[in-house]
Design a protein. Sequence first.
Lengths: 436, 457
Amino acid sequence: MMSLLYSLLTATVLLITPFSKKTDTVTALTNTRIVTVTQGTIENGTVLIQDGTIIQMGTDIDIPEDARVIDLEGLSIYPGMIDSGTQMGLVEVGSLPETRDASELGDLSPQMKALTAVNPNGVAIPVTRVSGVTTVLTVPSGGMLPGQAALINLHGYTPQQMFAGFEGVVLRFPATGRRGRFDSRSEEDIKKAADEAMKKLNDTWDSAELHHRIDSTYQSRPEDGRRQEYVPSMEALRDVIRGEQTLIIHVNTSKDILAAIEWVQTRGIERVLFSGLAEGWRVADKIAEAGIPCLVGPVLSIPTRQSDRFDKAYKNAGLMHAAGVKIALRSDDTANVRNLPYHAGFAAAYGLPPEEALRAVTINPAEFFGVDDRLGSLEVGKEATFFVADGDPFETTTTIHHVFIAGYEIPMESRHTQLYEEFLQRTPGLHKHNQD
Amino acid sequence: MKPKIIFFIVLLSVALNSAAQEIPTGDILVRNATVLTITDGTLENSDVLIQDGIIAAVGKQLSAPQDVSVIDATGMYVMPGIIDAHSHIGISNVNESSAPVTAQVSVGDVLNPYSIAIYRALAGGVTSSHVMHGSANVIGGQNETIKHRWGLLDPDELRMAGAPRTIKFALGENPTRVHGRGNNKRPASRMGVEYVLRETFAKAERYREAWAQYEEDIKTNPRAIPPAYNSQLEIMVDILNGDIMIHCHSYRADEILMLLGVLEDFGIDQITLQHVNEGFKIAPELAEFGATASVFADWWGYKFEVYYSTAYNAAILTRNGVLTSINSDSGELNRHLYHEAAKSQKYGDLTDDEALALITINPAIQLGIGDRIGSIEVGKEGDLAIFDRHPLSVYAINQKTVVDGIVYFDIEKDADDMRLIVNPESTVDTTVLHSHENTHQCLYEGSLDLYDFLESN
């Protein structure tokens, strides 16, 4: 009953999300190498898009007479890259609290929705999308249960237009690692804090399970009982307990990863993603066994322990993949989410098969977030969200020539390109107007 | 000259020589590589011979002198050791943030040869770092140019002997936050920053005059009284006299123009601007002054003074004739400066040589050591990085790093644990998560609140 209601609600949300372009003109991208990701690579092909959707794709395609034709002259089309962990739209200037909307007060606020605070006019959004990153998970970050992350496309005038069809409750799993070099707590204090956090998490979850049972009883026979007290945080967790909402568990240290696996299994949580996984390689076989998909990154980071080889962070994704873990990559950044392809490139340089690195920023996250019917690869019927490049998108010599998001052709401009245009040859140059 | 004095001079020179000779050097022949000389083009299938730590020959099919170890670099790319013009690795403290002017302190006094960050930098092909004081103070401490001789345990053996002295200055948000808002002490604004600079330089001028007057007086008056010794003003006088190079943390165009004005008024014609995110706005002015710039490849947006940034900064500066380098300011970024330099091809289409110069010869010139390192030329020091692919490719992995003709990093002999010292009191090797190393290290100890804030959120 409840899940039916939930499905209806979800469907409504999707219906009012205006993904389609309100024009029926066909756009034909011709003479292009189509890197579909899921169905191989098509040389010298054509992609037809209409109403924001890929309607035809292949080498023998009839182009309608009134179609707008873009001859790509041999350039390659890739599905838009997806970053599985950012604060895009939530944080404008890192050091200014007035411009940060990523965290609420308190430890337990799973009902907070990141999508609410996404600023569609964030300056980093155009900076990011012109590099081929079209879709990002934007993640709240304060306390143990900071709220719900949202998958957004990097185009739209309202958060709802940007919404790409996935939200998940974030849990920052009690951590036994140090927060940084200057975290000077004693080992006892760290353990004590982690134990206390674990107790708090379990108490919270006990309450949420109780809340779910009472609510289920009431929903099944509302005439027999009284509705329980309104507790919004419990309602948010109830959806996770019922398997209707994904729980994204942020966890890094190997010991914590094992504890999180055990916790997930004990609690019987159905829809789970792990995020972070700095030490995933240490316990990769255990993660693979548990079958939990992982949002790994940042790749470009230093090893977690002084005793680790210099390149362990770069190798992490490759080692996890080799052990059979399903992975997507994340930059864990905001201003420089545009570097996602370089995180993927480094993972590939250090052992992740290149085709898997590409999957880790396209189809894999799309599947994890349950949006692979629309995003993550180039297939007929999927959203026209892709970019056009003149080479390997992970190389810095490659230029991105076009970006389409849900059929909209994105202007290849951002603050960074605009300042370049203005200042490469500044006018006036050295002297003032009246001295020229 | 009296015999006694000669004796002391001889003794002193022996002592200095033996100190200099303590630094080990090696002999190596790198065979059959693509040699990226930076200053003299790219040489295919060529060799580089290093003898006694100095590049002795570059060319095809060089004959190997006896006892020279040979590295077969067929299919590989040899470039000069990478130089990081802005780093905080290998030191135990970064900021002496107790006052807005601390010219008398030096990070060279707190070098830590055990810091694993030195080894990790080596692994990324970096052979020299300009280890800097932090940015808490308008006039911070003196910096130290080091070579990454991993495994030598005397801090003095990390120093690059003979490298010019440099000092850290800082404008804008950091000093105004730490002192103005943090301690209710000037500067609290960019006006105050200029005032601190001018006041300090003016005092140094007076101090220099007073000593000059005393040197004059003492010739005729044995009872002349010397001015009171001031360790801080001694350093400031060295700056005025051009004996110390200034490296100034700065972001906004207006504050940089202010600095150039102050320097001009005090007769200082040398300046390297660090970070300088808005340098692109005043590239013609920087070029005219002869200022050089050491920038991030793409960092921006983390605070207001870097909000109006462009990743095309290095390209705009280079095209306007400003000598530019790309630095790390980070224990993570410094491991892939070759990749940071490669971004200048995405953002502004620099040529391969121009991109690589950003992390080799250009930072060397900014540190006053362009005649010793930064390119592969006969007579220069034998510092090399050997990559399996062209170093501007994202897939390139550094295979060997050579300093003074000695291989200090070899990926084939790289053990998991390369620590030189293990804390016996630690029960386990502690896990440190995405830490400050991944972000800007300028503010260590100066004001951690910002980073604690960022980290905890």
